[in-house]
Design a protein around this ligand. Structure first.
Ligand code: HEM
Length: 510
């Protein structure tokens, strides 16, 4: 991950002086105090306080010190960090008409072009158009049911890949997530190796992370640099932005063309895109919205579920008790003559609880995606000026001892009613974000995680590897970045029995 070290302190100070003086010249008396937070320094404000590595841990410390809302200022940009679900709901849900914009990111959003995908799209009519499309196709749990066969077949294929090459688990998780999402977004069936669309999406998503990394590009701090011509020494970021822009354009256009060609030939299977294109003459704006909302589905869904499913295998390696309980439940309810399917979901409460604990224990998007407020607000007596960024600390909300008993413990039982004890809060009410920006892929993500959990534990024994007589315990060390992944780890994955092996080897075709 690129960090602020690419930018010299002199650059920051020069930029900072200008912004500081401008702010002072324009400043008027605030209608209320800012929320409390670390004290800013002259000129650089809170730059030195901004964490680069695992920011959720620093944000959690701020929560303990300053309460549920804390405030910092970085070169004139106000940032509010939220450390409780209650505050996040009060601001981002209840006042969603003003708290649903996104930050402007000069490098990743503007120059590379990611502001055309839903995650960075400014709040407004286009935003509503994208969200309407998402809602129409995958907005409610029942709508996602029509994609259950895709989820089941692709997850069965995943089991086959893991059986064949268990040491390449992470690559199989990634390939399967790409296969499911491309089938749903564009009706495209991926190739087993080197699929051009999966490779393209992987490259584009990686470039997204790099182009939007905090502090990676000077142009994010001084947006006027965007006007500098490419040939000017030091303007290498412009060449990079041009190259990354063309990857993004290709990632959007190539699968869209695939659907149109298939529809023209009458061979297109049902998908998000074919569903929206059916029997319609489209304006240019409508076509833009369909094309880019399909790409948003595909780029939003590719990396997130990867983190969750990879962390399932990490948890199963570390917590054999939970694996055994889930296997016992599946043996009792489903038996060993078939794989579990979505039809079994309501009869498998422990597997359900396990899937929930995976989402709580490994926060996939630990600091969410910042919301931006479009009007001045006073919240709980504190001033939140227009343009402030709001960062919900989802990691802490999922580890808040006020909500979860012994939060650092991996314990699926917390979600089961037990001896008169109420189940703890469903993490799916938190981990997908808030308000009008809540993750529109949540039902699809939930289905993918559940079926991967059920099928994987049904057929595999997952345990620590033994090397030279020594058992290797994987480290729990999630990566920084908008989407956090478990640190790569080794584990042993073997079919549980001859019957389990035979089930994996059955055909998995559409
Ligand atoms: C474990 C899986 C996932 C988690 C934990 C997750 C979490 C999140 C979170 C926290 C946000 C930001 C919400 C906010 O701003 O308040 C978000 C946004 C988004 N997610 Fe997900 N997500 C997951 C899977 C998916 C999938 C499968 C898709 C696509 C099918 C998807 C598509 C999106 C999109 C397009 C946005 C941007 C929404 C907007 O800005 O309006 N996500 N997600």
């Amino acid at each position: 991950m690129v960090t602020l070290t690419n930018v010299t302190w002199l650059d920051l100070c020069l930029g900072g002086v200008g912004i500081y003086l401008l702010n002072r010249a324009l400043s008027k008396k605030n209608p209320a105090p800012y929320p409390p937070g670390p004290a800013g320094r002259p000129l650089v404000g809170n730059i030195p306080d901004m964490p680069q590595d695992k920011p959720w841990l620093t944000f959690t410390e701020w929560g303990k010190k300053y309460g549920d809302i804390s405030h910092v200022e970085v070169l004139g940009q106000h940032i509010m960090v939220l450390n409780s679900v209650k505050t996040a709901v009060e601001m981002l849900d209840k006042k969603s008409s003003i708290y649903s914009d996104r930050p402007v990111l000069p490098m990743g959003g503007e120059l590379v072009g990611w502001k055309n995908t839903l995650v960075l799209l400014p709040y407004g009519d286009r935003f509503r158009g994208y969200r309407k499309n998402f809602h129409r196709v995958i907005g409610i749990r029942a709508a996602v049911d029509i994609f259950h066969p895709v989820e089941e077949i692709e997850t069965h294929r995943f089991l086959k890949r893991v059986l064949a090459k268990p040491d390449q688990l992470q690559a199989h998780v990634r390939h399967t997530a790409g296969a499911i999402i491309l089938r749903i977004s564009h009706g495209y069936e991926v190739k087993e190796n080197n699929d051009p669309f999966v490779d393209l999406a992987d490259r584009a998503v990686d470039q997204f992370s790099r182009s939007t990394a905090t502090g990676a590009f000077m142009v994010d701090i001084m947006p006027s640099l965007a006007k500098v011509p490419e040939w000017v020494p030091g303007a290498g970021f412009k060449r990079k932005a041009r190259e990354w822009h063309s990857t993004l354009e290709e990632m959007v256009a190539a699968p869209y063309k695939f659907v149109k060609d298939q529809m023209a030939a009458g061979t297109a299977p049902k998908s998000f895109t074919s569903n929206l294109l059916e029997d319609r003459t489209l304006s240019e704006e409508e076509e833009h919205i369909i094309k880019w909302s399909a790409a948003s589905l595909y780029s939003g869904g590719a990396d997130t579920t990867v983190s969750a499913i990879y962390s399932l295998f990490l948890a199963m390696t570390l917590f054999p008790e939970a694996l055994k309980k889930a296997q016992a439940e599946i043996d009792a309810v489903v038996g060993s003559d078939r794989l579990p399917s979505f039809a079994d979901r309501d009869s498998l409460p422990y597997v359900e609880a396990l899937a929930k604990e995976i989402l709580r224990w490994n926060a996939v998007v630990p600091t969410a995606v910042p919301h931006r407020v479009i009007e001045d607000d006073i919240h709980d007596g504190y001033y939140v000026p227009k343009g402030s960024l709001i960062i919900p600390n989802i990691w802490f909300m999922l580890n808040d001892p006020r909500t979860y008993a012994n939060p650092s413990e991996f314990n699926p039982d917390r979600f089961l009613a037990n001896g008169g004890k109420e189940p703890e809060t469903d993490p799916r009410t938190v981990c997908f974000g808030f308000g009008r920006r809540i993750c529109p892929g949540l039902h699809l993500a939930d289905a993918s995680i559940w079926i991967s959990t059920a099928m994987s534990v049904a057929v595999f024994d997952i345990s620590k590897v033994v090397e030279n007589g020594v058992e290797i315990t994987p480290e729990v060390d999630p990566s920084s970045g908008t989407i956090s992944h478990p640190k790569p780890f080794k584990c042993s994955i073997k079919p549980r029995s001859a019957k389990a092996l035979a089930l994996i080897q059955l055909d998995a075709n559409y």
